[in-house]
Structure formats: C-alpha cells, structure tokens
Design a protein around this ligand. Structure first.
Ligand code: CUA
Length: 321
C-alpha cells in the first residue's frame, strides 16, 4: 500500500523539463502562500483586540512601493512560467518533419492497439527504443480516450476521426504505466497497459523478430496496405489505366497539394487521405466526379493506417498532380 510513489519515474527527455517546471511552480506557490498565511497569522495575533502594547496611531492604508512590488513581481514570474511552459508544450506537440520513429495508436473500448511501421502489433503494450525521438499518431475507433504515459509526462486525446500526434524521447530502459485518462465507459479504469523501453540494439532485435509472442513474421504496414488496396478493389479504378471510371492517380500524391473541384487547394496528408477513403464526396479532386463509394463503417482504423502507409510509399513513385 505504501509503495505508491509520490511522483512517477522520469523516463523521457521531456519529463525532465516538466518535472522542473512542476517543482518550481510548487515552490513558488508554497513561498507566496507562506507569506500570506504567516503574515495574516502574525498580524492577527499582534493587533488582536485588547492588546495594549502595539502602536495604533498613524495607521497607513496604502503604500505605492508595496503595491507595485506585489503586482509586478508575480506578473513577471507568471509570464516567465508561461513562456517556459509554452516551450515545453511545443517540444511535445509541435509537428516535425521526420527524424522520428513513428508508432500508431488506436484506442477502442477498452484497449490500446499499437502498430509499428514494419507491421508488428501490440495490444495494451508499446515497446520503444531508448534515445530515439518517437512520434505517436493517435486516433480512436469509438469514443474519446486519452493516451497517457506519466513516466514520460505526455498525454494526448484519442479522438474518433482525427489523427493527433505527440513527440517524445524515452531515455531510460524499463517498464512504465500506460493509462487511458479520459472517462470512456464501464471499463475505462481497465484500459491500461505498459510501455517497455529497450536499449536501441535490443529494440531492433525485438522488432526484427516480429515482437514477443508474434504468431507470424509481420508484414509491413505498407505491404498490408497494398494487399488491402487489392482486397477492397481500390485498384479497379485507381492505378488502372484501363478503368472505365476515372479516378485520381495516387502515385506521387502524398505530401503534395491537391486542387479540388470547388477551387480550394489541400495538402494530401494523413487526414486528407483518411477522409477521402471514408467520405470521398467531402473533397472532390478537380476534374473528377463524385463516384467513389464511401467506406465509412466498412474499414477499421488499423486498415486505414495501413492504406495510408501504402499511399505514402507511392509518393516517390511518380510525378503527382
Ligand atoms: Cu479509454 Cu478511458
């Protein structure tokens, strides 16, 4: 019962700064709270009714220096804390262009499904390499969950229909708690798991061997996506020069600007591709008809992630639109 730690372990680069910020805010609060509390007690005792030994003449009711200092000092401290906290926030949530290892996390009632790019899957477990910047791309298959790793001081909502990302660098190999921190139904409190951080070489071995307990050699996300592309018959219209239905070319699409029929221009990113699979009518590419059937409700989030990985792999394949 008494082995519950007061603070979680500090196991990521981001956790160091956030712990410092936490303790500085705590120390400042205790300091200023102490001044007010003990000042009030001291004055209440000293000037209590009936105490004849104090001088009550010339009582002042204002002091400019005092008022300026109790206004300006906390103001400067608060702004400094805001600036510091904003910097730490940006370190976790500001989007980055590469240089990271990406994992996909799908929250569903009531489990976490984690997916590595090479196809290794984990349920309620996430294995990561130490010393490597990680991008976690998070989405929910049903209601709003929140993916939280206290030892890394990171958390992000898992929202249906939206890819949320966060970045962090685990530093200390070990096992850490993983929680859902958004009430999501009956078994919310059971929606927990563990994050395992391995030294880089062990992680590589683990990943190449297909993860502990994997039934078969994993197929990379890209290959899974390619298979789905055929299974769902996407290839009868897309990437088929002989198709009767004219569908946009997906070669070189990912990451490029797309002109839409209504005159807008959008970037072909994960969110755009996801929407175009589930609800193709939302953004029609200029020069094409609204002919594709919506896949809403017919495809799992994991499958969409695999399809996006496949379409991403086609980015290098051609000239684009
Ligand atoms: Cu999922 Cu709470």
């Amino acid at each position: 019962m008494w082995n519950i730690p007061f603070v979680p372990p500090t196991a990521s680069q981001e956790a160091v700064g956030i712990s410092w910020l936490y303790w500085v805010i705590t120390a400042l609060s205790v300091f200023f709270g102490g001044i007010v509390l003990f000042g009030a007690i001291f004055l209440a005792v000293k000037y209590r009714a009936g105490n004849q030994n104090v001088d009550r003449s010339n009582a002042t009711d204002s002091d400019l220096r005092l008022e300026l200092s109790w206004t300006l000092i906390p103001l400067i401290l608060a702004i400094a804390i805001f600036g510091w906290a904003a910097k730490l926030y940006g370190d976790i949530y500001a989007p980055r262009e590469g240089g990271y290892y990406e994992v996909f996390v799908v929250g569903k009632q009531w489990m976490w499904h984690c997916q590595h790019p090479n196809g290794v899957r984990e349920n309620n477990e996430l294995t990561l390499p130490a010393g490597q910047l990680i991008k976690a791309t998070i989405i929910s298959q049903d209601v709003i969950h929140a993916f939280s790793i206290p030892a890394f001081r990171v958390k992000r909502d898992a929202v249906p229909g939206r890819y949320n990302a966060m970045y962090f660098t685990p530093t200390v190999p070990g096992e850490y708690h993983l929680f859902c921190t958004e009430y999501c139904g009956t078994k919310h409190s059971e929606m927990i798991g563990k994050v395992r951080v391995l030294p880089p070489d062990e992680f590589e071995k683990w990943l190449q061997s297909g993860g502990a307990g994997a039934a078969a050699a994993p197929m990379s996300l890209e290959e899974q996506g390619k298979q789905l592309f055929t299974k769902l018959a996407c290839n009868t219209c897309h990437m088929n020069p002989n198709s009767a239905v004219k569908a946009p070319d997906l070669n070189g699409l990912y990451g490029h600007e797309v002109k839409l029929a209504d005159g807008r221009t959008v970037k072909a990113d994960d969110a755009y591709i996801r929407e175009s699979i589930l609800n193709p009518g939302a953004k029609i590419v200029a020069g094409y008809q609204n002919q594709m059937p919506p896949y809403q409700g017919q495809i799992k989030e994991e499958e969409i992630i695999a399809l996006i990985a496949y379409i991403k792999s086609l980015a290098q394949a051609g000239g684009g639109n």
